[in-house]
Design a protein around this ligand. Structure first.
Ligand code: GDP
Length: 310
């Protein structure tokens, strides 16, 4: 299956939750999830149920046979380089801006990092239905922001969508055909964002987000850069200088499906997954097949932040 990995960048209240909810609904993800939930309930396997219904900070939708992983970027002040690490997993970003408020501190903070690592964002002006929307001015403010942050010509040439997450549509102008729903946004993501780069070779993944999960133990999320990963595989964690931190067996591979994470039997290079089973590997370590000796290049980071999932 084709893949796209994107981040959504937005100031609090600019409508990220509402937008993602619409993306899920319009791609049919909720229907799929409901079926999955029913199967889980049937199995009456409490442990399995708990493993499956963990809330994730990422979402995935399928559009025209392409899986789009959408990762959330924390908008709060970023200790420990978490925003950079997350942005390094994706190939594109949607900068969502309230049509009345314009770019705000959190927008600027994360956009600065996104531009610096070379992402070419899509700008989505949201809430154009508001009576106090000042759409044209806000576009200019976004352009000025990008320019002030030393955006390249290519980054300044950002595609723009306008719409209302609340009304469930995005289009290429504020007067666009609302009945198209979110299709213009999905199509633009497929067109504007690259398929993740995949390297040849055995399984390797840069661990990006660490969480202490009450049921699964230590869980590390990252993008697989090469090879495939399966549950029960023997892997190792390599620190940035190539030291072997530990060897162990993968107990679960979780992929993002709709609003949930689900255990999968196989995950492929390019996908963003969470791995359980190792006990010491951490953020910026490389998780890899046993024959791998060279770690992946990690961004310099401060000590990781541990996040609980509920
Ligand atoms: P988040 O903090 O970015 O996740 O924002 P939410 O999705 O929670 O939305 C914040 C508020 O804005 C809520 O009251 C939403 O109902 C409202 N909102 C979201 N999208 C729109 C929109 O397109 N138009 C209008 N008028 N309000 C919206």
């Amino acid at each position: 299956m084709q893949l796209r990995n994107i981040a959504i960048i937005a100031h609090v209240d600019h409508g990220k939750t509402t937008l993602v909810d619409q993306l899920l609904r319009q791609s049919g993800a909720f229907r799929d999830n409901q079926r999955v939930a029913e199967r889980v309930m049937d199995s009456n396997d409490l442990e399995k149920e708990r493993g499956i219904t963990i809330l994730a900070k990422a979402t995935s939708v399928v559009w025209k046979d392409t899986r789009i992983n959408i990762v959330d970027t924390p908008g709060h002040a970023d200790f420990g380089g978490e925003v950079e690490r997350i942005l390094n997993m994706v190939d594109g970003a949607i900068v969502l801006v309230d049509a009345a408020e314009g770019p705000m501190p959190q927008t600027k903070f994360v956009v600065a990092k996104a531009l610096k690592i070379g992402l070419k964002p899509i700008v989505a002006i949201n809430k154009v239905d508001k009576p106090d929307a000042r759409t044209t001015e806000v576009i200019n403010e976004v352009f000025d922001l990008f320019a002030a942050l030393d955006a390249t010509d290519e980054q300044l040439d950002f595609p723009i969508l306008y719409g209302s997450g609340k009304q469930g549509w995005m289009g290429t102008s504020p007067e666009a055909d609302q009945s198209a729903g979110m299709a213009p946004l999905f199509d633009l993501v497929l067109k504007h964002v690259a398929q993740p780069t995949v390297e040849p070779g055995p399984f390797r993944m840069l661990a990006t987000i660490l969480e202490a999960n009450p049921y699964l133990g230590r869980v590390l999320t990252g993008r697989i850069s090469s090879g495939t990963l399966k549950p029960n595989m023997a892997i190792k964690a390599l620190s940035r200088d190539g030291t072997v931190i530990e060897q162990g067996r993968v107990s679960k591979v979780l992929a993002f499906r709709g609003i949930e994470r689900q255990p999968v039997e196989e995950a492929e290079a390019g996908d963003i997954v969470a791995i359980a089973g190792l006990t010491q590997g951490t953020v910026a370590d490389t998780f890899a097949a046993l024959e791998v000796t060279e770690p992946l290049q990690a961004q310099p980071i401060d000590p990781p932040t541990v996040s609980m999932t509920f």
